[in-house]
Design a protein around this ligand. Structure first.
Ligand SMILES: Cc1cc2nc3c(=O)[nH]c(=O)nc-3n(C[C@H](O)[C@H](O)[C@H](O)COP(=O)(O)OP(=O)(O)OC[C@H]3O[C@@H](n4cnc5c(N)ncnc54)[C@H](O)[C@@H]3O)c2cc1C
Length: 619
């Protein structure tokens, strides 16, 4: 931890980036040749400073003040204005955008590490730059040169912000049911329709808001194939780039939510007066295809949001457990004069903390590695490596999004539990984090939809090549470390769990081939969880093997050969304590969490169909 009141897992962030992934390798590629580990470190330190000093103080204010809707306009908490200016001045909206396009040109993996800090500091604040980045990304990828010229610079510097407008009252998960219309008129389209739940849809942080709107052109076919994507500015833009007259986009109200209160969630009415101009991105009918190409990045972003908040909840719980004095050690319960101890001494609290630590560190490894794959998929010169990294992102993205966000919610719940009654009260930060994080399992494709994507699409994509590639990687790891003197048992547990998972995957394929798509869909979510547990076990054991080697070297340097001497080194040296923590964490996960995979698999393979067969009336 560092940075006073706002905790940041800087040591683990650097461990994953440098010691596990070895992202310095990226600097060998042309795109990142101007960077080095030193410059990455500088970026991380700058990010930590901004997060702790400027953004974190907003978090509680955001929750208390929320957004205000008055006379058709939305105001964000006043304190956001100064922080937004600072954030934009630092170039953080475009952290991973190419330098030629106005960004810092950072690798995704490094930008993501700073995003972990920003989101943890104040998640609702980060939705404004986050959505701006998402919308600008669409324009950068699919816009005409004129569109790029008109929008990108101002969006990347925060003068204008952006949104993604998909959802309508009847079209949430079923995005193909979008009804908003676009009618061609000269060089533009007239947009008409209502979008709901639009994050950052209206606010007073910027002079213009650029909406990316999914709508249906005249005579378009029904379903997703009939959707097109439009750029719709809130305020029209004059030929010289200045803002002109209003574009008939009106905010009809904001939602009153359980959390994320500083982020405006808006109903937007487009074209009530028939004067809303939209400009097509790509071709008619390409809307969903273009959105899909941005989906991995967006889902990685939401997985990160969930994880950051879950991790933060763990850090606050850990701090509290070290400070809160309550009761005596269990071995001295009969002695009324026994010294009172901090609750971290109680076995049940240690169980919760250990579970949280294991999940938080495992999720960081999963998410950062996905970002690193995204970097390599872009810059790798070996076509096989490029393809492999692309495949891994496609396969793992539903897990990154759904598993991370659901586990994150549980992390916040356990953090409240560790705080006891105080955790339930507003005086401590964990209850807000619990409320804030819940949305991450719902938006950007609900977690149920993610599970269906994994089982219904990703497992069989490219004739199963993605899954086979993943299996090959894990199998090689298992073969290499099966006889490891310290982690051989854990690797054996991983192998068992992986084999079980493969059995379940094959069972799904068999059942679906036999004409029963319902059963795999019924069990898609438990399967996604199972996949997540196996993946995390793999990544945590990998970390532990790295850490154990480093720990051995530290002991050698210190001349510590006895258990007592080693314990002293761990007490005295932060790095030794850190590496030792990794060893215990992997051992804990493999022995306490991974075995649950077997029970989940048994229930899936058991074939029970009660949930499908029960008549609706009998619920
Ligand atoms: C705070 C907030 C911010 C948001 N920001 C944005 C934004 O910026 N832009 C935007 O376009 N949208 C946004 N949304 C909307 C969000 O993406 C949707 O709420 C989400 O896609 C789910 O749609 P829905 O709410 O209509 O739920 P529904 O689709 O009605 O789903 C309800 C439940 O049914 C399940 N379900 C639905 N269909 C299926 C199916 N076929 N198979 C299995 N299960 C199914 C779902 O998993 C879910 O559990 C936001 C929502 C909120 C609350």
């Amino acid at each position: 931890m560092s940075n006073g009141a706002f905790p940041i897992s800087m040591r683990d962030i650097k461990f994953v980036l440098y010691e596990q992934l070895g992202i310095e390798r990226l600097c060998e590629f042309d795109k990142f040749k101007d960077f080095s580990r030193e410059t990455f470190d500088m970026v991380l330190e700058e990010g930590a400073k901004l997060a702790a000093e400027i953004i974190a103080p907003l978090n509680s204010i955001a929750d208390k003040e929320g957004c205000v809707y008055e006379k058709g306009k939305v105001k964000v908490p006043e304190a956001f204005h100064k922080a937004f200016k600072k954030y934009c001045e630092g170039g953080w909206i475009a952290a991973s955008v190419d330098a030629e396009a106005g960004g810092q040109g950072l690798p995704n993996s490094v930008a993501l590490a700073t995003a972990e800090m920003f989101v943890g500091a104040c998640c609702s604040f980060t939705t404004y730059p986050g959505l701006t980045r998402g919308c600008a990304n669409l324009i950068e990828s699919f816009g005409t040169p004129e569109q790029k010229q008109m929008y990108l610079e101002k969006m990347y510097n925060g003068q204008w912000t952006g949104t993604m407008c998909l959802t309508e009252p009847q079209a949430g998960s079923a995005v193909g049911d979008v009804k908003s219309m676009a009618k061609k008129e000269g060089d533009h389209y007239l947009i008409q329709g209502t979008k709901i739940f639009i994050t950052a849809g209206d606010h007073d942080l910027a002079e213009n808001i650029i909406h990316a709107v999914l709508a249906r052109t005249e005579n378009a076919p029904p379903g997703v194939k009939g959707l097109s994507l439009f750029i719709v500015p809130k305020v029209r833009i004059n030929p010289d780039g200045s803002v002109g007259e209003p574009n008939d986009v009106n905010c009809g109200g904001i939602e009153h939510k359980m959390g994320l209160k500083g982020s405006s969630t808006c109903t937007l009415n487009f074209g009530d007066d028939g004067k809303c101009h939209g400009y097509i991105l790509g071709q008619e009918g390409q809307g969903i295809q273009l959105m899909f190409q941005m989906m991995n990045e967006a889902r990685l972003g939401v997985g990160l949001q969930g994880f950051s908040l879950g991790n933060l909840a763990y850090l606050f719980a850990l701090k509290y457990a070290r400070e809160r004095i309550q009761g005596v050690e269990v071995t001295k319960m009969k002695d009324p004069n026994a010294p009172r101890v901090p609750i971290i001494k109680h076995p049940d609290v240690r169980r919760m903390l250990m579970t949280m630590k294991a999940y938080a560190e495992g999720l960081r490894a999963l998410i950062y590695r996905s970002a690193y794959y995204a970097d390599l998929a872009e810059v790798a010169t070996d076509p096989q490596e490029k393809e492999y990294c692309g495949n891994m992102i496609d396969l793992l993205i539903p897990i990154v999004k759904a598993y991370s966000t659901d586990i994150a919610f549980r992390l916040t719940e356990w953090a409240i539990q560790v705080h006891g009654g105080y955790g339930y009260c507003g005086e401590y930060p964990v209850e807000q984090i619990c409320r804030d994080v819940k949305i991450t399992s719902i938006y950007e494709g609900t977690n149920g939809i993610q599970a269906m994507d994994l089982v219904g699409r990703k497992l069989s994509l490219k004739k199963g090549a993605l899954f086979m590639g993943w299996m090959k990687e894990v199998n090689e790891f298992i073969e290499k470390h099966k006889t490891h003197p310290v982690f051989g048992t854990a690797v054996g547990q991983l192998e068992q769990a992986k084999n079980t998972m493969v059995n379940v995957s094959m069972h799904f394929a068999k059942v679906a081939a036999g004409g029963d798509p319902l059963y795999p869909m019924l069990n898609a979510y438990p399967y996604l969880e199972l996949f997540g547990e196996v993946e995390l076990a793999y990544l945590l054991i990998d970390q532990a093997i790295i850490a154990q080697n480093k720990l051995r070297a530290i002991f050698q340097n210190a001349g510590a050969t006895t258990d007592e001497a080693k314990a002293k080194v761990i007490d005295d040296q932060a790095d030794a304590a850190f590496y030792s923590g990794k060893v215990y964490t992997a051992d804990f996960f493999a022995s306490n969490i991974l075995p649950k995979v077997q029970a989940t698999a048994m229930t899936i393979l058991g074939g029970n169909r009660s949930a499908l067969n029960i008549p609706d009336a009998a619920f």
